[in-house]
Write a protein that binds this ligand. Structure first.
Ligand code: HEC
Length: 162
């Protein structure tokens, strides 16, 4: 069951990666690039002011490249690629829980679960990196599945503010 779920996630993420359009080359306009991005990023949450979202998004853009590297690194057992991508994800700077007073601070809008899942993602990314380092394929696949669950959980908590 667990394995089936991991495979499902692999397929899902693979699909998302494949669905992303090619980066526009050369003279393509910025507007076009932004539009392509809008089709691939998360839908906009309805509770978050656009300025706060823009700040958050800026912090999150690296997710995309790391996620693709991780997916292919794990699926194709390219241990170095998988480990590096997992380490990047684990090393991403964390958002702190909001402190009183900062009204412009995007973190004041986020649900508590967001911060919990942020820590969980870090731990699970470390577990993926460690399995890649040990070249333990079974544990690598399982830990990748677990990490993907955390990715989806956080995006869900973020969108639904739960
Ligand atoms: C702590 C919560 C959290 C976790 C954990 C998390 N994300 Fe995200 N992610 C976000 C937020 C917030 C955004 C920005 C959403 C927006 O555009 O409004 C985002 C955006 C993204 C984007 C779109 C980036 C773009 O260019 O618009 C991708 C791809 C992504 N995440 C992948 C992942 C993957 C893969 C994982 C797991 C390894 C992950 N995320 C884990 C919160 C999270």
């Amino acid at each position: 069951m667990k394995r089936a779920r991991s495979i499902l996630f692999l397929v899902l993420v693979g699909f998302l990666a494949a669905a992303e359009p090619e980066k526009p080359k050369g003279g393509a306009s910025k507007a076009k690039a932004a539009e392509a991005k809008d089709n691939t990023g998360l839908p906009a949450p309805d509770y978050l002011p656009e300025t706060a979202r823009a700040l958050l998004r800026k912090k999150m853009v690296r997710h995309g490249q790391d996620a693709r590297d991780l997916m292919f690194g794990v699926a194709l057992l390219r241990y170095d690629v998988a480990r590096a991508a997992a380490q990047n994800i684990a090393a991403e700077p964390r958002l702190e829980r909001p402190t009183a007073g900062g009204e412009d601070d995007p973190t004041t809008f986020l649900p508590e679960r967001f911060f919990v899942l942020q820590d969980e993602a870090r731990m699970r990314a470390r577990a993926v990196a460690s399995a890649a380092e040990r070249k333990d394929d079974k544990v690598l696949a399982e830990n990748y599945g677990l990490l993907m669950q955390t990715c989806v959980s956080c995006h869900s908590a973020y969108l639904k503010r739960e």
